[in-house]
Write a protein that binds this ligand. Structure first.
Ligand code: FAD
Length: 445
């Protein structure tokens, strides 16, 4: 527990807090939605700075397609405001309570990230309160070094109080599915679509390694028609009926696996209607993917215990990483889901990826996979869950990858994954910026 909670109201108040905390050497832990899963926004003593008190949209510029917002706003609330003007954010996590500031600090992946990049890459400028209490504006052109460290920087170099983000015109989406029975084939097809900009949204969602679904979705009829003309026939996945037939045959020859077949069938029957709920679908188009996916995430994956380690790699290493992670899931849990997605990288400005979730050797795209056990009402010991996470994270170290979406990596892996030289360089920058090491202490260093 923290010793006290401060609800952020404005940059001046945050600056006063940080100045005092710096002088008195009191740790300050910043919390947005609190959804990162390695305890980054949990305060162990000191002050918890709750950013959700700063959640106003300050200015929408429909001509330039930008928005200036306070950073404690949830993406879903930002979307509500933007959609009044027929606008939308570019990409954001598929849950309802991540904040803009927390997400810019860690990355942020959506199903359109293969095309539009991670949420952090939408940021054009930030207002930042530094650990010593200065209020600073930063961007690629103004205080660029600070901007580099603030984006994807896990809140080490300042509290993000405001952000200017690129936005776009709002479009409902039409989603299609292709079914695969092999992970590698599905991943190869996913990467083929990404490389060729063949769809607007693309990702893989599986039921264990048996029912592997490549989701593709489109913002417009034109894009969908181009996909049908050029790419659909090149995909090796099948439609629902063909896949059901193949699975029927597979399990008919393996009657001892009937339990697994029944699980897959039940799961499909429960899950798929969620993606087509009538209140979120009109004319076959999904009107709010964040709401639809978030509901599904909490309803079908949420529970008393949740553990979601992930791996991020370059495109070339990805299929190996997923297959190895899949073997770990099989060893630990009877039921699980894998969620894979690409992240388009900014090649013009790679410095801000250093010491982030983006693997150092990724060029063009990085790829991430979440390994999500379906725990349900079962209860696992902390040791079992920790061993599972270690087994996944060890793969990342072994193949030279990184760990991404859920707010980073277990602290013990940071040096192993990124190397001492990089960590020491960033530690020196952190010491210079935050002499008493008060801000988001113990998350990275
Ligand atoms: C069920 C579930 C589903 C998820 N789905 C997705 C998904 O689809 N895509 C995805 O990318 N992620 C997903 N996540 C992970 C989570 O959404 C991201 O890590 C998220 O963006 C974190 O935002 P937050 O506001 O909760 O950050 P927090 O957890 O509050 O904070 C993240 C880090 O940033 C720091 N911080 C917070 N606010 C600020 C600020 N204003 N200035 C400086 N530092 C700050 C914190 O100290 C912490 O270190 C999911 C998580 C869960 C539990």
């Amino acid at each position: 527990m923290p010793h006290g909670v401060v609800i952020a109201r404005n940059a001046a108040q945050v600056a006063a807090l940080l100045k005092t905390a710096q002088a008195e050497r009191v740790p300050v832990t910043v919390r947005g939605g609190g959804l990162t899963t390695e305890g980054e926004s949990v305060a162990y003593g000191g002050v918890l700075l709750d950013m959700t008190g700063m959640s106003r949209v300050l200015e929408v510029d429909a001509d330039r397609l930008t928005v200036r917002t306070e950073a404690g706003i949830f993406w879903a609330s930002l979307a509500e405001v933007l959609r009044r003007d027929g606008l939308d954010y570019l990409s954001a996590p598929l849950n309802l309570t991540s904040t803009v500031g927390g997400t810019l600090g860690v990355g942020g992946i959506d199903v359109n990230s293969p095309r539009l990049g991670c949420s952090a890459d939408q940021a054009l400028a930030l207002q930042l309160v530094t650990p010593t209490g200065e209020i600073v504006e930063c961007s690629d052109t103004e205080n660029a070094a600070l901007f580099e460290r603030a984006i994807l920087g896990y809140g080490q170099f300042g509290v993000i109080t405001e952000a200017t983000l690129r936005i776009r015109r709002y479009t409902p989406i039409r989603m299609r599915y292709f079914y695969y029975s092999g992970l590698r084939t599905a991943i190869e097809d996913l990467q083929l679509l990404d490389r060729n900009d063949a769809s607007d949204y693309c990702g893989i969602l599986t039921m264990m390694d048996k029912a592997i679904n490549l989701l593709v979705a489109f913002d417009s009829d034109e894009r969908e028609a181009a996909f049908d003309a050029n790419w659909q026939t090149r995909l090796r996945g099948s439609g629902e009926a063909g896949f059901a037939l193949r699975m029927g045959l597979h399990y008919a020859l393996r009657p001892w696996r009937l339990g697994e077949a029944l699980y897959l069938w039940r799961r499909k029957r429960e899950l798929f209607p969620e993606f087509r709920r009538p209140e979120h679908t009109r004319d076959g188009r999904m009107h709010d993917r964040a709401v639809v996916f978030s509901r599904a995430v909490w309803k079908f994956w949420g529970g008393r215990q949740m553990v979601i380690p992930d791996l991020a790699t370059s495109a070339g290493k990805f299929a190996d990483a997923v297959e190895r992670g899949n073997a770990v899931c099989r060893r630990f849990f009877p039921h699980y889901t894998l969620y894979c997605v690409g992240i388009r990288l900014r090649e013009d400005h790679r410095a801000h990826y250093e010491m982030s979730c983006i693997p150092p050797d990724a060029l063009g795209w990085a790829y991430g996979c979440e390994f999500e056990p379906m725990i349900g009402d079962a209860v696992y010991s902390r040791d079992t869950l920790q061993s599972f996470k270690n087994a996944i994270y060890d793969i990342g170290v072994d193949i030279g990858g990184s760990y991404y979406r859920f707010g980073g990596m277990m602290k013990g892996y940071i040096r192993r994954a990124l190397g001492d030289a990089v960590v020491e360089r960033h530690l020196a920058m952190k010491r210079a910026a935050d002499p008493a090491m008060i801000l988001n202490r113990d998350v990275i260093f």
